[in-house]
Design a protein around this ligand. Structure first.
Ligand code: SF4
Length: 238
């Protein structure tokens, strides 16, 4: 695998085509949950590129999000693999600390069980994953490249790449694409939600609030990564 220079790519579709040509179909996948990710799915669909798609089902998502998964699945005629946490690990956490421990001692432990462990299992099968992260989503993402080694999930024996084709896009770009191409979106966006995660850890934001203030709002801004993109935090703290 060659490590490409970010400036090689002039548009996300170009990068998606390049990813599809560089990796075996079963060794790369799009991570899907939000508005940015569905833009990637739509672009791949229009380009005739077949990407596997997975999403994290933490068991704590809004009903609207599950309905949205189903709409996307039907709209594009694709399979969406739902990654679920270990039932035993969830049971242990809930038995020890209840259902809302994240409000008291931070979201790290619950996210580790419900998101990171199932994601790590999945990424162990892949050489690369594709995300909808953008630079302007968070103070932890300002240096986000189009392509990077995923230091959070790579091991000595297994190098993993992460692609962020929309890194240079703004929220306005994403929504212009969604409206222009009539892309399905989570109906929670019409209720003031911008960045949507688990139901207990997501809230609607005001028109002048940053989108990430709707996630883990009781914690410091630099802690508002769930571990999926942990190297963003490592960078800022390290
Ligand atoms: S976002 Fe909240 S509910 Fe979801 S896994 Fe993280 S701490 Fe748990």
């Amino acid at each position: 695998m060659d490590f490409q220079q970010a400036s090689t790519y002039t548009e996300p579709q170009h990068l998606l085509r390049d990813i599809a040509s560089r990796f075996d179909r079963e060794r790369v996948a799009i991570s899907f949950s939000g508005a940015e990710d569905v833009v990637l799915i739509d672009m791949a669909h229009r380009e005739g590129l077949e990407f596997n798609v997975f999403s994290l089902d933490t068991g704590r998502l809004h009903p609207e999000t599950y309905a949205y998964f189903e709409r996307v699945r039907e709209h594009y005629g694709i399979a969406i693999e739902l990654l679920m946490p270990s039932p035993a690990a969830v049971a242990d956490l809930v038995r020890a600390k209840g259902l809302f421990s994240f409000y008291k001692d931070g979201h790290g432990e619950c996210c580790a069980v419900r998101k990171i462990e199932p994601l790590r299992r999945k990424l162990g099968e892949l050489d690369a994953w594709v995300t909808g992260q953008r630079k302007d989503q968070s103070v932890t993402r300002t240096d986000l490249p189009l392509e990077q080694e995923d230091r959070a999930f790579s091991t000595e024996a297994h190098r993993l790449l992460k692609f962020n084709p929309l890194a240079d896009w703004s929220s306005r770009d994403v929504w212009a694409y969604i409206r222009t191409h009539k892309v399905p979106y989570n109906e929670l966006h019409d209720q003031g939600y911008v960045s949507i995660g688990c139901q207990p850890c997501t809230r609607a934001v005001g028109p002048h609030e940053h989108e990430r203030t709707g996630r883990w709002w009781w914690e410091e801004a630099t802690a508002r990564e769930c571990g999926l993109h942990a190297q963003n935090v490592v960078k800022i703290l390290g």
